[in-house]
Design a protein around this ligand. Structure first.
Ligand SMILES: Nc1nc2c(ncn2[C@@H]2O[C@H](COP(=O)(O)OP(=O)(O)O)[C@@H](O)[C@H]2O)c(=O)[nH]1
Ligand SMILES: [Mg+2]
Length: 203
């Protein structure tokens, strides 16, 4: 059988959207799916590993990589720099893998401009209440920090219309199946979006 041509899948979501867990489950359930590990100037959080969650670099190194054209796309997201390495993506595509890019809407625009065949998916939480609950779930943050995260998440979610597909993460397994359908090029199997988008995007 000829080797399947690898494809790029852009997954975007607001912080708290549940994207990382879904990406992990996709990799575990679909043997030819891999996640591209980005470079970032953000400091590692407790538990984050070099080369697994990100390649953590200082701003000078990041700038040098930009100058050397080593990123397929890069963007500043809420004060930190993030970039998708050409080398990482090309290596995975050469292996015939389906490559997931966990990037923001700016990265999606850059990738779509260069590679129109890339498939883009925006993952939405089912409601503001659930989103806030998930943002709180991360730890002992102040009301002010939660409020800032809600504003950032809302700003991010306002771009959902620019994406080819929208998946609502109301039920983890159902959202996972929707994503699997999209990756298998059978988006008609994914559930229609039924959330109240007006309420979700209203600050
Ligand atoms: N454009 C772009 N965005 C990225 C890249 N890597 C991560 N991001 C996005 O940066 C944002 C912040 O990511 P992160 O620091 O991991 O915090 P998170 O909100 O907990 O996921 C998320 O929207 C990521 O999808 C990248 O290489 N390029
Ligand atoms: Mg993340």
């Amino acid at each position: 059988m000829p080797k399947k041509q690898g494809k790029l899948f852009i997954l975007s979501a607001p912080s708290g959207g549940g994207k990382s867990s879904l990406a992990k489950a996709l990799v575990e359930s679909m043997p030819d799916v891999a996640v591209s590990v980005s470079h970032t100037t953000r400091p590692p959080r407790p538990g984050e590993q070099e080369g697994v969650h990100y390649y953590f670099v200082d701003p000078e190194t990041f700038r040098a990589m930009v100058a050397a054209d080593r990123f397929l796309e890069h963007a500043e997201v809420f004060g930190n720099h993030y970039g998708t390495s050409r080398e990482v993506v090309e290596r995975l595509l050469a292996q015939g893998r389906q490559v997931l890019l966990d990037i923001d809407w700016q990265g999606m625009r850059s990738i779509k401009a260069k590679m129109p065949g890339a498939v883009s998916v925006f993952i939405l939480p089912p409601s503001r209440e659930v989103l806030e609950e998930r943002l709180r779930g991360r730890g002992q943050d102040s009301a002010e920090v939660i409020a800032r995260r809600m504003r950032e998440a809302t700003a991010e979610m306002r771009h959902y219309k620019e994406f080819g597909h929208v998946v609502v993460n109301d039920d983890f397994n159902a959202a996972l199946e929707d994503l699997q359908a999209i990756i298998e090029d059978a988006p008609e199997r994914a559930r229609p979006v039924t959330v109240d988008l007006e309420a979700l995007l209203h600050d």
